[in-house]
Design a protein around this ligand. Structure first.
Ligand code: HEC
Length: 149
């Protein structure tokens, strides 16, 4: 039974794979923007980032020159890029910055990795919140008929 499930999952993933930049590729289930805002604040993303409308919230800055999130002046153009920049920050570094401003001595992104602390539900909501601040290429939402949050 377990193997059948794995097989089916693998098949479904393979069937959808049109490359990470494809707007048709894959999306997380629909998130809750307000809860996503809470996640954004709770994980202190603003200690290294700036986001329009959230200047007043910042207490401690970790980066001298914070990385601006959102808008159109960014490399993040697709849903996949946005998601990837959260779960694998070093995969593609934000453009328009000096390298030593965004990476440490090891060449990796200065951004923290949240994969072991953030729940999937939090990630889903966070991405829904961030998405509203980006001007992303249109994409088709994946259907989750069997998804019960
Ligand atoms: C310790 C500092 C730090 C923290 C905390 C941090 N980031 Fe980042 N983040 C960075 C740096 C540096 C970059 C630029 C390098 C890169 O692209 O990985 C970045 C890049 C990004 C990008 C891509 C920006 C673009 O336009 O290319 C997104 C999206 C992002 N971060 C979201 C978040 C979210 C959401 C959180 C909170 C859960 C967060 N970051 C917390 C340092 C941080």
């Amino acid at each position: 039974m377990k193997y059948l499930l794995l097989f089916t999952l693998g098949f479904l993933l393979a069937a959808c794979s049109k490359g990470p930049d494809s707007p048709r590729g894959f999306s997380l289930p629909e998130g809750d923007v307000e809860r996503g805002e809470q996640v954004f604040l709770q994980y202190d993303c603003l200690s290294c980032h700036r986001l329009q409308g959230y200047d007043a919230v910042v207490k401690d800055r970790e980066l001298e020159k914070p990385i601006v999130l959102g808008g159109t002046v960014t490399k993040v153009k697709t849903y996949a890029e946005l998601l990837t920049s959260v779960i694998n920050p070093s995969h593609r570094l934000a453009s328009g910055y000096e390298r030593d401003q965004v990476t440490g001595d090891d060449g990796e992104s200065l951004m923290r990795n949240y994969n072991d602390v953030m729940t999937v539900s939090e990630l889903i909501d966070l991405v829904a919140f961030l998405e509203a601040h980006y001007d992303l290429d249109p994409y088709a939402q994946s259907h989750y008929q069997m998804y019960y949050p």
